[in-house]
Ligand binder design. Structure first.
Ligand SMILES: [Fe+2]
Length: 434
């Protein structure tokens, strides 16, 4: 009799998975540990990356004070752009090369953390940025080794960037979001202080909460790691390795926390306990998706955000922009309805964790039940009604599908084929939900 392991080996499939994670400190007021932790890494001169809004908030003073109290010299870069671009990252890298810090602190949302990752990369290993960008837009050269230490301090309850080796930005010439992915980009330490979420506008919590939800749901429903061809070398196993027993643990816990606390964390004023739970879900889902990978909704979101015309969301800086979490969630109900047939039990279980009543549901109902629960949550959080809600129309579908089709890193991680025809069908289904 041939065992499953033997079968996989003979078929050239993966038989193992690798787990990597940043050192994580989680809890209220842990931002005050920043200086001591940076000093313990041997740092003396740190570049503190943040944005112009945050630099005026108390979290910035706390971080700065903690670093100074530990005897560190601090040079601040507060020009990070929300939804960074290759141009804004080049500016950040110029700063890093000029001031030559021996380590980095990022204080902010995913945009700040991702900008610090890439400035660190470009200062340490040189550029241009296109050298490190995934194909087809970049040369996809592997990052050759460690970067300078980076302590990431998220101030939103979303993204999970503080524990992943992925950095995302707009590539202006191609009107797409793309990214760099490498285990070396993963911050050395993450300090997640839920107190930082106290001042967040409601729509920012809603968008980042939906980003977390989709990280967990996409990783939980990704193709299994055993469906991938075995890596040529042990160290070449990709971050998007597919769902695995470790990522399932984080996704399951994150989805249950979100099912209980997402709506309160967004809608209740002063709901710091619920926001603390959302921050915890973000860390759980971040560690999970950083070791499994996301798929359809994130791949489609890059085109949705990259081709924005005039949509603007309250709580974000002026100008046209689809916040990342909104760009992701507008397609999610359509995608999960489509992928449910690959594993109905998994999709039904996720729907139940998110609060759906699945008592009378059959496997054939899984896609409709999960999709309906996602739409309910979108409405409860006053989020846009699908692609139409962020300014797209049926005639935009071919261009959105064309811009998404090359996102192989993400689309290949889906549990079923998402080719151009499937993407057109999904974008069409995502135009409007109610
Ligand atoms: Fe995301």
């Amino acid at each position: 009799m041939v065992c499953r392991h033997q079968e996989l080996r003979e078929a050239g499939r993966e038989t193992a998975f690798t787990i990597e994670a940043s050192r994580l400190t989680f809890g209220r007021d842990c931002l005050d540990e920043l200086g001591e932790r940076a000093a313990a890494l041997g740092l003396r001169r740190v570049a503190l990356f943040t944005d112009r809004t945050l630099v005026a908030l108390p979290h910035h003073d706390r971080a700065h004070h903690s670093l100074r109290r530990a005897g560190l010299e601090v040079v601040t870069f507060d020009e990070v752009e929300i939804e960074p671009t290759d141009a804004s990252i080049a500016e950040a890298a110029r700063f890093a090369r000029d001031v030559q810090p021996d380590g980095y602190v990022s204080l902010g949302g995913g945009s700040v953390i991702d900008t610090a990752k890439l400035a660190d990369l470009l200062a340490e290993h040189g550029g241009p940025l296109s050298r490190w960008i995934a194909a087809p837009w970049g040369e996809a050269v592997a990052v050759p080794g460690p970067l300078a230490p980076h302590l990431a301090c998220p101030t939103t309850c979303g993204t999970g960037s503080e524990v992943t080796g992925i950095a995302v930005f707009d590539l202006l010439a191609h009107e797409v979001k793309t990214g760099v992915a490498s285990p070396w980009l993963r911050p050395t330490e993450a300090l997640v202080d839920p107190e930082c979420t106290r001042t967040l506008p409601r729509q920012v919590v809603a968008a980042s909460g939906m980003d977390v939800l989709s990280h967990a749901l996409e990783s939980f429903t990704a193709r299994p790691f055993t469906a991938r061809a075995a890596a040529a070398r042990a160290t070449a196993r990709p971050l998007s390795q597919g769902r695995n027993p470790w990522s399932d643990l984080g996704c399951a816990a994150a989805l249950q926390v979100l099912g209980r606390h997402l709506v309160d964390g967004v809608c209740e004023p002063d709901a710091i306990d619920a926001r603390e739970q959302l921050a915890w879900a973000a860390s759980l889902a971040g560690i999970a998706f950083g070791n499994a990978g996301v798929h359809g909704p994130h791949g489609m979101a890059y085109a949705v955000a990259g081709r924005v015309r005039d949509y603007h969301c309250d709580g974000y800086p002026a100008g046209a922009m689809v916040p990342h979490g909104i760009a992701v969630i507008v397609s999610a109900p359509a995608v999960f309805r489509h992928t449910a047939a690959t594993d109905p039990a998994r999709h039904l279980q996720a729907a139940a964790w998110l609060g759906a009543d699945v008592r009378d549901a059959t496997p054939a109902d899984a896609g409709a039940v999960l999709s309906a629960r996602l739409v309910e949550l979108m409405r409860a959080l006053s989020l846009p009604n699908g692609l139409c809600g962020v300014g797209y129309h049926a005639e935009d579908v071919p261009a959105l599908a064309s811009a998404t089709a090359p996102q192989a890193r993400l689309l290949d991680n889906a549990p079923c084929l998402l080719d151009r025809a499937a993407l057109e069908q999904l974008f069409t289904a995502a135009l409007r939900y109610w």
